[in-house]
Design a binder for this molecule. Structure first.
Ligand code: KIV
Length: 287
């Protein structure tokens, strides 16, 4: 196990890492996963809207509600104290108006107990990000493939395959930086596009399917641990196959119950001898 960080990670700590140390982010959605991520020594725990899929079974992240994410944030904030906690603003919690975006971002901090929020969008969300930052809430941007709207357009192709597309991604990145974000996620884009962005913004980039040039990396908890049976995108590296371990364990338990070998003596409680004898006597009388 990796040594845990000794003090609370702040957005300034994340900013300082650019160019000197890689940033490690993982998602978590409940108390135990947050505790384990903290023990593993990650810098940032993201309560991603991907929780809508891996925890709640929605087809895409588009369907998860603010209240659902809020519940996940509360659980994570009880489980992890040291990493920077980032809550992911779900679809339509920041798109309707800037005022609503600021109010909802505030809920993440006040009710959810997280330290910062993340939202998807580039140039068109510059004013929204600026307003949330002005309210004092640290913002992590998210550009490239943006799953909330990608699901609606069925457009999951890798971004930044042409020079023009890479240049548009850089425009988005510059807007996110100008607005005051302390970092940004780059999702599903060519390594060339991610490198262009990383070299041309002063805030750290955190990649998922965006190659090695990014200042940090993020993976979804369930993907990293092999807790999902679905086909994974190419960028997912599985560090464990927990599905198999869990299924094997539950199958063994089922087998033990069916054969009567669980609970064995060591898992059972008994009366003191005298009480057992009294009970026997009582039983005789009852016959
Ligand atoms: O919701 C999520 O898990 C994310 C990551 C993929 C960055 O946004």
């Amino acid at each position: 196990m990796v040594e845990t960080v000794s003090k609370k990670v702040t957005p300034h700590d994340i900013l300082r890492k650019k160019g000197s140390e890689k940033i490690v982010m993982v998602t978590a959605y409940d108390y135990p996963s947050a505790e384990l991520a903290e023990k593993a020594g990650v810098d940032i725990v993201l309560v991603g809207d991907s929780g809508g899929m891996v925890m709640l079974g929605y087809e895409s992240t588009t369907h998860v509600s603010l209240d659902e994410i809020m519940m996940l944030c509360k659980a994570v904030s009880r489980g992890a104290k040291k990493p920077l906690l980032v809550g992911d603003m779900p679809f339509l919690s920041y798109q309707v108006s800037i005022e609503e975006a600021v109010r909802n971002a505030g809920r993440f901090v006040k009710e959810g107990g997280v330290d910062a929020i993340k939202l998807e969008g580039g140039e068109e969300y510059e004013s929204t990000i600026r307003a949330i930052c002005r309210a004092g809430i640290p913002v992590m941007g998210h550009i490239g493939l943006m799953p909330q709207t990608a699901a609606l357009w069925s457009s999951y192709k890798v971004r930044g395959r042409t020079a023009d597309e890479a240049s548009k991604i850089l425009d988005d990145a510059k807007a996110v930086e100008r607005a005051g974000a302390f970092s940004m996620v780059l999702e599903s884009m060519t390594s060339e596009a991610a490198q262009l962005v990383t070299e041309n913004v002063r805030i750290p980039t955190i990649g998922i399917g965006a190659g090695l040039a990014c200042d940090g990396q993020v993976l979804v908890y369930h993907d990293l641990l092999g807790l999902q049976s679905k086909i994974m995108p190419r960028f997912v590296k599985r560090y464990a196959d927990l599905s198999k371990i869990v299924i094997d364990a539950i199958s063994s338990y089922r087998n033990d119950v069916l054969t009567g070998s669980f609970p064995a003596e060591e898992y059972s409680y008994h009366m003191e001898k005298e009480e057992a004898a009294r009970l026997q006597a009582l039983k005789k009388k009852m016959r």
